[in-house]
Write a protein that binds this ligand. Structure first.
Ligand code: AMP
Ligand code: MG
Length: 397
């Protein structure tokens, strides 16, 4: 089976999901419930934006050719009004931000640049025609498509929908994602674990991450490391739009997830990625559903979902594109690593984003450290040393 680099594995996930040509169901939601959802139909402008040329400043509407000069003020126009008259040479109209530019005027001079005395305004500067004016249709023409289907709706998109008069919005149904923890040592959160047991935290972090990616998480009962139990729950999980398994994909004697999936006819696209944490990582398709077998150590589960599973959920949800922005920051201290793997290491990015400090941690089982990090440093696999001040990639948490 295949071992891939981080980039190859990401490419593989994106390519398999795009090739699947997912067409989710469409539902109609109210505008106020549409944030975070994925638009199912294109949105077009209902009219020109702006509908009329309008002022972007408080000031005086003028003819640029009259400046500099001393002009006669013939009245005012406020936002929400339209001035019936026309500006003649030597005239100005007091105008408020957002008000339509009167006929005859071609620009607006800011009130801060004028001296007003009675019905005269003195403007000592010149102005380029069009200055401080937003021309008709400069943002959008009537019927022009402003948002394509497959666009995730954030606050600016909600403003746009409101702007063009959409009170209800067609969005894609959220993909239903099954989450299945495996492991003989795992107990439920409300149980008191024995010394050699641990509570099931992975399904909780995964549920949060799935929701954040636009999916609807469904947590299944814990699968013990027994063939039949794991098989039954895996089959159940494959009835959802995608299955996330946690644990059971390493090389241990009781890591049976891959065998179960293989017996269910799975096609495996990769089962190892050259990353840390999370080297043993399975991605494939069974019963026509994608699945990820994520390694069980909490940091491995979180990181591998974030860098691969998240994009898969987004694409299953009808998003046209799924990106993973790695931003750049400057290392606050020297840093070294063994080459060979792309590492995702807990780190603290300073409040202004300018500096990033790697954190001491106890490895991929160390959940308390992860709560103190606000990001992961992302190393290049072929580089050994960095000096304080060097640029390095960062994945924000
Ligand atoms: P595995 O990938 O099954 O070998 O699991 C590796 C380690 O991850 C285990 O020894 C546990 O400490 C931890 N682990 C596995 N599953 C979970 C879970 N559902 N919640 C929290 N930790 C887990
Ligand atoms: Mg296990």
């Amino acid at each position: 089976m295949a071992t891939l680099t981080f980039e190859q594995a990401r490419q593989c996930v994106l390519q398999k999901l795009c090739a699947a040509q997912i067409q989710p169901q469409v539902e109609i939601v109210g505008l106020s419930d549409a944030a975070g959802r994925v638009l199912a139909e294109p949105v077009a402008a209902d009219r020109d934006y702006p509908t009329l040329a309008r002022s972007v400043r408080d000031g005086f509407a003028v003819r640029a050719a009259d400046l500099p000069g001393d002009l006669f003020v013939i009245g005012e126009v406020r936002a929400g009004e339209s001035f019936a008259g026309e500006i003649q040479p030597g005239q100005a109209l007091e105008i408020m931000t957002g008000a339509p530019l009167p006929r005859g005027a071609d620009s607006v001079v800011m009130v801060e640049h004028c001296t007003v005395a009675g019905d005269r305004v003195t403007i000592p500067r010149t102005l380029a025609p069009g200055e401080n004016v937003s021309p008709q249709a400069s943002q959008a023409r009537a019927n022009e498509v402003l948002l394509e289907a497959g666009h995730r709706l954030g606050f600016a998109e909600i403003a746009l929908l409101a702007m063009v008069g959409w009170k209800t919005v067609p969005v894609f149904a959220r993909p239903r994602i099954a989450i299945l923890a495996t492991g003989d040592e795992i107990v439920e959160v409300n149980e008191t674990p024995l010394d050699y047991q641990i509570r099931n935290s992975n399904v909780e972090s995964l549920a949060v991450q799935v929701k954040r990616a636009g999916g609807c998480p469904n947590i299944l009962p814990i699968a013990r490391d027994l063939y039949q139990a794991t098989r039954e729950l895996t089959e159940h999980g494959l009835r959802f739009d995608m299955l996330l398994l946690s644990g059971g994909v390493s090389a241990g004697k009781y890591d049976i997830v891959e065998r179960v999936l293989a017996d269910l006819g799975a096609e495996f696209y990769f089962d190892r990625v050259l990353i840390m944490p999370g080297q043993p990582l399975v991605f494939g398709k069974a019963r026509d559903k994608f699945f990820f077998g994520l390694p069980g150590n909490p940091a491995s589960t979180m990181v591998t979902f974030e860098i691969f599973g998240r994009s898969a959920v987004e694409l299953l949800g009808g998003q046209k594109e799924a990106c993973l922005p790695l931003v750049w920051s400057k290392l606050a201290q020297d840093f070294r690593q063994k080459t060979g793997l792309t590492r995702f290491l807990p780190a603290v990015v300073s409040a202004d984003g300018a500096r990033v400090t790697p954190m001491a941690w106890q490895g991929s089982g160390d959940v308390p450290s992860l709560t103190r990090a606000n990001a992961f440093l992302v190393t290049e696999p072929d580089r050994e040393t960095w000096t304080a001040g060097d640029w390095i990639r960062v994945l924000l948490k």
